[in-house]
Every structure is written in C-alpha cells, then in structure tokens.
Design a protein around this ligand. Structure first.
Ligand code: SAM
Length: 471
C-alpha cells in the first residue's frame, strides 16, 4: 500500500502506485488540457507530483514537449543562474564483494587488477587534482567490509582534507559508497562530508534483485532505505540517482520522484542532488546486453522533466556523457558536472589514461581547463564554490536560499571569486583571457550594491594572492 511517509521501501516506492502512475500517464499522453495545466503548475516553481511529472514525460504532443524544455531552461536560470558547479570523482578502491551485473568491479571479475589506494597514494592523487584546479571531490569505492571498512573511508577523507598543495585545497568531499548503518553515516557526517550520494540503480524491486544477485547490495530494502538512515545519522544533503538503461526509464523516473517526495515528507528536505548516469561499456560489461538503453532525445526529456518537477534539486551529469550531450543537458537543467575525470583507482597520477581499473569508459575526455573554457565560451560560469556547506547552509537552509532567490547575491559572487582563483592559479592563458572577460560581464548582475562592491574588492585581493573568500 503506497504511503509516502512510510519508512518501508516497498511502501514509499510502491510498485502498484508506479504501475498505476504509468497507466495514468499513458492514458493522458495526448490530453492537451491536462498537460497544459501541469505546465502552468510547473511555472509556479513549486514542483510537481510524480504523477503529474510522469504525464509530462509521456507527453506525445511535440509543441508541449518543447514548452517543457523551454520551461526547464527558464527554471534552471531562475534558481541556479548560469553557474555550473565543477567536481571530480576520486576512486579509492575497486575491491568489492557485490555481484552487480553492470559493474566491472563485481566480485567475480577476475580480469581486473584489484587496487586500493594507500594514504600516500591518495596524497599524490589529491595533489594532481588540486593542480588541475579542483576543490570538490566525490569519493567512490566498491563495497568490501574487509578491504574498505568505514575506518578506511574516514581515514581517506581526513587525508584529503589535510592536503594543501600550493594554493590548492579540497574544500568539499562528497561520498559515494554503499548503503551503510546510521552509526557509520554519523561518522561520515563528523568527518565533514558534503553530500552522501547513493544511486538506487533501479527502483524496480524484482529487477534490482536480479541485477544484484549476490552480496550485501542484494537487499533492496536496505539499499532503498539508506537515505533515511543517512538523514537519521545527521547527513542532510543526500544525492539520488538511477542507472538509466537497467529498467524502463518511465518506471525509474516515477520511482526517483517518489523517493524525493518521501524524503521531503519525512525529513522536511528533499534530495540535494539527482544524478542521471547511463550505463556504459566497461571491462566485462557490454551495455547492449541491457535492453532498456535510452536515446539521447529521451535522456534530454528526462532531464527537462526532472528539472520542472523538483526545481530546487541540483542535477549532476558526469563524463559518462559526451561533450555534445552535456552541452544540451546543461541548458535543460544540469547544475553540476565533472571535468577531467579518471574513473580508475590511481588514475590521476598516471600520464596516460589507464583502462585496466576503469569503472566505466569516459566519453568526455577533455581536460578540466578545456571544459572550463568551453563552459565560459557557452556563457556558463564554472563555479568551484563550496561555501554553502562550509557556512552550514545545508539541507533546508540551502533550499531556503534557493527558494528566496538569494542565489544572485550569494552563489553568484562566490562562483565569480572561486573562478578568479582558478584563473590565477591553474588556467591556461587563453582560458584566463576568456574568464576575465566573463567575470567583468557578470559583476553588474549582482543586485545588491554592497555585495557587488565587496566582491569587486575581493577579486582584486585574489589577484594579489589572497584566497578562499565567501559569502
Ligand atoms: N559501490 C557503491 C555502491 O554500490 O553504491 C558506489 C560507488 S560506484 C563506484 C558508483 C556508481 O557507478 C554505481 O552506483 C553505478 O550506478 C555506476 N556504475 C556502475 N557500473 C557502471 C557502468 N558500467 N556504466 C556506468 N555507470 C556505472
């Protein structure tokens, strides 16, 4: 029985409710008056229910689909402006006891070398990432209580935060590790993590169990209820995601929105981010073996529909996607992207991109500087800002900032100041030139006079060598 406030996975992600939602969406996919009324509701920027959003996703009326895309673009600009937050993944260990059939790290894969970074190796990786200009990382690890216990993860986080190479430092560590206990989430919170990210992979229980035949991840309820435990452990920024390609995308779409509704109903705050990974080729993994792959057009439609359904939730796209797809996705609602990523354990200290321990093939293989320049040339502001979480603006306090549209007086200047740091410390001369022009053009957009003048003087101080200002 569907109950958004239930703490049981099978009740807040109720299969019947999803099936009924998909039937309803199908029935109304050409219902112009209904679709138009949902679009009108979405314009109020207060979000949509999973049923309403599912109708938009099913919509077959070309002009209305176009309207949804334009609205997504508008909502994104209104809440997030033209800033794009930058991050990089850091793979700590590929030891894993799970049997996920889509992941090359699955336990039975004997072909890949198993590797776990020592603290010294982490230091070298982090220095390489700092030298690229990164300030925000997402740490990734397989699940293995013996090789990668929580103590190892905590030690890695401590090491990462302790490294200050030249002007570099990692100011926010997000964590993407397997579902764990409330006690462990509390430890992660105490270690100062940013967002706890866990992809559901699929919300379809039966498929989930088949796709995760062995290991602790097999337990659907334990995995699906992880975000509730994380929040109980004090983590109030959580990141959801599904791996598109495993199940029917419309099922996953309804599921992820139901999950967001559940978090909001129970904890008073929805997910901080939603990620939209698509399954990729990797060692031992052939994406064509999965029947539910989606076209770029559907992928873009999903992004637009998520954007209008949950306007305050950040959306993340990784280097699994090509430059071309990322360019379109950025316009439709993505607010955070990775750049210069290596998805192998120890990959950042290798001269050549190593493939033997890669978790998936990287489509966008440009350097961070190339991505930064490309963003700026496309009128986006690459942001290395980590201020909100360091100022305690997490969970509902961040949502408040977003809802009050204070982003232009806060996130916008922070983005400009962190971009200035990047230009000073890491940018190629050509990138620096593009960036200086962009910052000059963006300054007048700060509405508050005082904030604008403080920003201007801080930008000057950054040029003289000061670092780490924030509003
Ligand atoms: N091991 C952790 C867990 O079980 O949740 C999380 C870390 S895993 C390194 C990060 C994510 O990569 C997974 O949640 C999955 O969605 C994604 N992934 C795994 N195999 C993939 C593939 N072949 N292509 C694209 N993404 C993949």
């Amino acid at each position: 029985m569907y109950d958004v406030k239930s703490m049981k996975a099978e009740e807040f992600i109720d299969h019947e409710e999803i099936t009924e939602t998909l039937r309803y969406a199908d029935e109304h996919k050409n219902d112009r008056p209904l679709i138009e009324s949902i679009i009108e509701k979405a314009k109020e920027c207060k979000g949509l229910s999973h049923r309403e959003a599912s109708v938009l996703l099913a919509c077959e009326e070309e002009d209305l689909n176009e309207k949804v895309c334009r609205l997504a673009e508008q909502i994104k600009l209104e809440f997030y402006g033209n800033r794009i937050v930058m991050f990089a993944p850091l793979y700590l260990s590929n030891y894993c006891v799970n049997g996920c059939v889509y992941c090359p790290y699955h336990m039975k894969n004997k072909r890949i070398p198993r590797k776990k970074l020592t603290q010294e190796e982490i230091k070298a990786e982090v220095i390489a990432l700092q030298d690229m200009g990164h300030k925000r990382l997402a740490i990734e690890s397989g699940e293995d209580p013996v090789n990668n216990p929580i103590e190892y993860i905590l030690e890695c986080i401590k090491t990462i935060y302790s490294i200050h190479h030249k002007n570099g430092d990692i100011r926010r560590v997000n964590v993407n590790i397997a579902a764990t206990t409330v006690e462990n989430y509390r430890k992660l919170k105490e270690a100062g993590i940013g967002t706890y990210i866990l992809f559901q992979e699929t919300y379809h229980k039966e498929s989930y169990e088949k796709l995760h035949p062995t290991g602790p991840k097999h337990n659907y309820a334990y995995h699906t209820e992880a975000m509730d435990r994380a929040m109980e452990g004090g983590i109030d920024d959580v990141g959801l995601g599904v791996l598109f390609g495993l199940e029917l995308y419309r099922y996953e779409f309804a599921g992820i929105l139901m999950h967001a509704e559940h978090l909001e109903a129970v904890h008073g705050v929805g997910p901080h981010t939603i990620s939209v990974p698509r399954i990729k080729h990797a060692d031992d993994i052939d994406p064509s073996a999965f029947d539910n792959s989606i076209s770029d057009e559907i992928f873009e439609k999903i992004i637009a529909c998520i954007r209008v359904a949950v306007p305050y939730t950040g959306m993340i796209i990784s280097t699994r996607e090509s430059e071309e797809v990322r360019a379109k996705a950025l316009r439709l609602g993505i607010s955070q992207i990775s750049g210069g990523s290596r998805t192998s354990v120890g990959g950042y200290t290798e001269e050549e991109r190593p493939h033997d321990t890669e978790q998936f093939d990287v489509s966008d293989q440009r350097t961070l500087d190339e991505v930064v320049r490309w963003l700026m040339q496309s009128d986006f502001i690459p942001s290395f800002c980590t201020a909100c979480y360091r100022e305690g603006r997490t969970g509902d306090r961040f949502m408040q900032l977003c809802k009050n549209k204070q982003i232009l007086n806060c996130c916008h200047p922070n983005a400009l100041m962190t971009l200035q740091e990047y230009l000073e410390d890491y940018a190629a001369p050509e990138t620096k030139e593009v960036g200086e022009k962009l910052i000059a053009a963006e300054i007048p957009k700060i509405p508050n006079d005082k904030v604008r003048s403080i920003t201007l003087s801080r930008l000057e101080e950054i040029k003289k060598g000061s670092r780490d200002f924030r509003f």
